[in-house]
Design a protein around this ligand. Structure first.
Ligand SMILES: *Cc1c(COP(=O)(O)O)cnc(C)c1O
Length: 235
């Protein structure tokens, strides 16, 4: 077995353990393998081990990989910052977008999505860490954005995403994740259906699953440590 296949198995075991602790079914938690900055050969290895959903942050890094790996059932998720000049490529090449925080971007993605393709699945990013530099809407801004997205013809609103400050302690992480779940519940009460809570990364997967996560985004613990983000790729 390759290192990546073994790491993938360990992560799945962690999801199973966390689910069992929380009296949840492991199949209710989707594993997104975050392959940002990693070569196509790493994605291929994970694919060969049965993984199908992959997350990418940087468009310039992702597009050549997507082109190099036209594999059956492979599913690409854009988890980086959405910017207007990227929406066309995102709409064309991805199945999911996790970081929507502006109606303008959602409208562009819907306009630019080929109607022959399935609707683009999207999550609204909510900022629950009070960090002004980070993306995401405030809880107060969420209902209007969610309602506006549900009427866009080529998007499908799936749920909410959050990314706590990585230096948070356990109690803060649990608070943030619980808050996201409660926001999702309050959207459902407003008849805005949502089936996805995109929360949990390598370091906080267990807390996220305990708090109701339905999709964990795991990079480091599958593919190994990454070099520091290359600013040339982010712009
Ligand atoms: C990089 C990244 C991840 C994965 O983080 P790890 O700590 O490597 O598991 C998850 N979500 C987003 C939005 C990311 O940018």
């Amino acid at each position: 077995m390759t290192d990546i296949a073994q790491a993938l198995q360990r992560v799945k075991q962690r999801i199973e353990n966390a689910a069992s602790e929380a009296n949840r079914q492991p199949q209710d938690i989707k594993l997104l393998a975050v392959s940002k900055t990693k070569p196509a050969s790493d994605v291929q290895q994970a694919y060969d081990a049965g993984q199908r959903a992959f997350g990418e942050n940087y468009l310039q890094d992702a597009l050549p990989k997507i082109a190099a790996l036209p594999l059956p059932d492979i599913e690409w998720h854009f988890i980086g910052r959405v910017q207007s000049n990227k929406t066309r490529d995102i709409a064309k090449h991805f199945a999911w977008v996790h970081g929507i925080d502006k109606l303008k971007h959602a409208q562009r993605l819907s306009q630019q999505r080929d109607p022959q393709q399935a609707p683009l699945n999207c999550c609204i990013q909510v900022n629950l860490s009070d960090e002004t530099s980070k993306g995401g809407v405030t809880p107060a801004e969420l209902p209007d954005l969610a309602a506006a997205i549900t009427v866009l013809p080529h998007l499908k609103l799936r749920g909410l995403m959050t990314m706590p400050d990585p230096n948070s302690d356990k109690q803060t992480l649990l608070q943030v994740f619980t808050q996201l779940r409660e926001l999702r519940n309050s959207m459902r009460e407003k008849n805005i259906p949502m089936d996805t809570l995109s929360m949990g990364m390598s370091g906080d997967l267990e807390h996220a699953v305990a708090s109701g996560s339905t999709l964990v985004r795991i990079g480091t613990d599958i593919f190994g440590a990454r070099p520091k983000a290359n600013p040339a790729l982010i712009s």
